[in-house]
Structure formats: C-alpha cells, structure tokens
Design a binder for this molecule. Structure first.
Ligand code: ADP
Ligand code: ASP
Ligand code: MG
Length: 420
C-alpha cells in the first residue's frame, strides 16, 4: 500500500464528463490498495472569470474579498469530484482549506502555506475514504480565506504530500510530462523522463507554467517525489507507479549518463521593460532607483546599465512583471527628482527567452550559441541575465515562437521522430 496525492489541473476538471473520468482514475488507484488524497483545480477558465468579476467590481478591490471570490472555483470542483467518486462506489468527502485546516500567511492573493494539520486527513484516509481537497486555498491566522497565487494548486498538492508523508505526488495535467520546451509551441519538443529539482525550479521561474515555481521549491526542500503525467489517457493506460510521466529528481538520481548540456527552453511574455534615460553616473544612483521599487514589493528581474555618456549620465534598463508596470511607473515618477533621470520609456511588447541546464556549470559556449543563433535570424537582444544554470535574453515579443524554435534546434533538442 502506498500513500499518494493525485492533483488534477483545470483542463482535467473542465466539465462533468471529465470529472467522471478523473473519478475513474482515482478509483483505479484505490482499487490497487493505495490511500489517496486528491487535490483539484477549478474548471479551466473559471479562475480568470472570477478574477474578472473582482476587477469589474472595483479596480481597488480588497485582497481578502478577492480571495473569497477566486477560491470558489476549487470549492465547486472538490464537491463535484466527491459526488462523482461516491457515484462510482468510492467513499469520498471534500475538505475545504479552512476545514483541514491549511494554515497560511495573511499575504492575500499570494499567501504561503505555514502548516497543514493532518489529524482529520489521516483519520479519513485510514477509514478508507478518498479525501478531496480544493487546491489554491487556505486560511490565515484571522480565519479569513486565502489563496496561494495563480497556479497554486500545484503547491497545495506538494504541501499536502509533504504533510501526509506521501510516497508520491502525481500532477495530472493536459500534457504527458515535462518537455524540452512548451510542446504547444514546438511540436518537435522531447518529453523528459527525469528533470532535476533545480532545473525544474529555474524552468518554472522563467515561464514553463507546467508546475508553479513555489511547488518545485517546496518539493525540493521537503524531498517530495513529484511526477507530471497526463490525465487524458484511456482506462488501459499504465498505472502511475510505473512512472509513465516525468519524475522530478535529485542530481544524484539523475546520474551522469542522462545529463544533457541544455535541459529545456522557456519563454515568458509577462515582463515589461523600463528605461530611465540620463541617470546621473554617480554612487548611489542605482540604489535610488531600486530602493523605492523594492519598498513597493515590485520584483525587478533583468538589469542593464549602459556606459556613461560624455555628460556624466547613463541609461538604466530593467524589467518588472507586466502586471506591476503601472505601479512601477508611478513609484519612479514620484522618485524622479531624487533619482535625477530625464525621461522614462517603457515597452510591454517584450519576451524573455531562457535556456536552462545543469550541464552549463561545466561547459562554456552556451551563451554564445544563443547569441549567434538569434543574431543569424535577425533577432535583436535587448537585455541579458545569467545564473549558474541559466541564460536569459529579452527580445521583441513578436519573435518569441521563432526564437524558441531555432534555439531548440541549435541545442540539439529536437525529437527526430516527430514531424514538425
Ligand atoms: P493545469 O491546468 O493542469 O495546471 P497548466 O496549463 O498550468 O495545466 O500547465 C500545463 C501546460 O504547461 C501545458 O499545456 C503546456 O502548454 C505548458 N508548458 C509550458 N512549458 C512546458 C514544458 N516545458 N513541458 C510541458 N508543458 C509545458
Ligand atoms: N485555479 C487556480 C488558477 O487558475 C489555481 C490552479 O489552477 O492551480 O490559478
Ligand atoms: Mg497549472
């Protein structure tokens, strides 16, 4: 007998027919003798719809009430799955975030899980019941409903797996694993049997939305065995314990044989570029730009400072999340005198393309291949940033798909047997 968490994403829960097929899949795992907790997302598109209502109601909505509204999508699917399981003869009940409880911080709309009480959950599983838990939601110290940030059901699933000491956390989605890049953009993308936690963390943080970044960080910290696999397979599909999907593993488990120079490529269209023109070229000038942004909780990603103009001033370019652009402009306009820049220009039609791989640590030339490949296609690089296992460039948004495709080929990642 194993203890497993099965998490189903929005596309897998979109409509009663799909919920029934999720119930059938859960039933197979129960029949195999496993104790099962299921974490569910809202139906595809539902959270966007609920977010839209909040924005329509007021542009300055209270985040606590926003969480009450947007957490509702998962409440519906958890109840529906419990009903479908019962109808299939599987004892089941739903456990809302406040009922377990899943305790979080009070950072509404992007709360962090602090503690999960598993007493009731353990008793329910021991009694042979399937526990159906809505993802994305929890409860803060004041008993207010909270949510974990978009895509947060992955994090709920990993946190529950860690708390109940599950043998595995299976993330069922609309693709059958983690690919070398988004298979919807590059049909020649290859499925990976294994990816290291570290690489998955980088890939997720630079835009590979197949797993929420926080869920990967948590799995790495807690040593949770995470598998990404498809929920769109028939009844004769191999059981999850034969590991048909992609396993997220430690570097030791990956082994040298399977190590690639580049593991994957990701893109992110949700950044915006800001350039401050003619900033005084003197000590403290850069601090004067980034300190007020940090105070406003705005995450700056890529930064470039040009060489000084003859007049002792310089231009500084950086990126922020597109959703924070308006606030960033406001903060920088307020600090204009203190910073001393002349003009501010901004651009949302940019995309960040990143190549990730632990092999980069021991091989030179990864960045130069990237720059040459993009240069040959006439794609201009507007900013660059690197980490030990990642190189990112900022380019014009219209070239996103082309850039991902040519880089995928340049690093030898194309699958040979797939037409594209
Ligand atoms: P869910 O609703 O199940 O949480 P998501 O839409 O959040 O699903 O994530 C799955 C999607 O992630 C896929 O449909 C795919 O388009 C996208 N994706 C992006 N990068 C990758 C990648 N490297 N491998 C697999 N899927 C990826
Ligand atoms: N329903 C939430 C969202 O769309 C959480 C999730 O699906 O992971 O962001
Ligand atoms: Mg998701």
């Amino acid at each position: 007998m194993a203890r497993i968490v099965m998490k189903f994403g929005g596309t897998s829960m979109a409509g009663i027919e799909r919920i029934r097929s999720v119930a059938a899949r859960v039933k197979r795992e129960v029949a195999a003798g496993n104790q099962v907790a299921v974490v569910v997302s809202a139906m595809a598109g539902e959270t966007d719809r609920l977010v839209g209502f909040c924005r329509e109601a007021s542009s300055l909505y209270d985040p606590k009430e926003y969480d009450v509204v947007v957490s509702a999508g998962e409440q519906i699917t958890s109840g529906l799955l419990a009903i479908a399981l019962q109808a299939a003869g599987v004892p089941a009940r739903s456990w809302l975030g406040w009922q377990l409880p899943i305790e979080t911080t009070d950072a509404h709309a992007s709360a962090r899980i602090e503690h999960i009480d598993t007493t009731a959950l353990d008793a329910s599983l021991a009694a042979g019941e399937v526990a159906v838990i809505p993802g994305f939601q929890g409860v803060d110290g004041d008993d207010r409903v909270s949510t974990l940030g978009r895509g947060g059901s992955d994090t709920s699933a990993v946190a529950i797996a860690a708390a109940m000491k599950a043998d595995r956390c299976d993330i069922y989605t609309d693709v059958d694993g983690v690919y070398t890049t988004d298979p919807r953009i590059v049909p020649r993308a290859r499925k990976l049997k294994k990816v290291t936690y570290e690489e998955m963390l980088e890939l997720a943080s630079v835009g590979a939305k197949v797993l929420q970044t926080r869920s990967v960080g948590l799995a790495m910290k807690e040593g949770v065995r995470v598998q990404v696999l498809s929920s769109f397979t028939g009844e004769d599909a191999p059981m999850a314990d034969t590991l048909p999907g992609t396993m997220i593993v430690s570097e030791e488990e990956l082994g040298d044989m399977e190590r690639q120079l580049i593991t994957g490529i990701a893109h992110d269209k949700n950044e915006a570029k800001i350039t401050l023109i003619a900033v005084p070229d003197k000590p403290g000038a850069v601090a004067a730009i980034f300190a007020p942004l940090a105070t406003a909780n705005i995450n700056v990603d890529m930064i470039i400072q040009n060489i000084a103009h003859a007049a002792g001033s310089t231009d500084v370019t950086f990126t922020v999340p597109a959703a924070d652009l308006a606030r960033s402009i406001e903060v920088l306009t307020q600090s204009r005198e203190k910073i001393g820049y002349e003009t501010l220009v901004h651009d949302t039609r940019v995309a960040k393309i990143s190549v990730v791989g632990v092999g980069m640590r021991s091989h030179a030339g990864v960045a130069s291949t990237m720059f040459t490949t993009l240069g040959e296609r006439g794609i201009n690089i507007q900013a660059i940033s690197t980490s030990e296992i990642k190189v990112s460039v900022l380019i014009e948004e219209d070239y996103t798909e082309l850039a991902v495709r040519v880089l995928h080929t340049a690093y030898g990642l194309d699958a040979e047997d797939v037409a594209g």
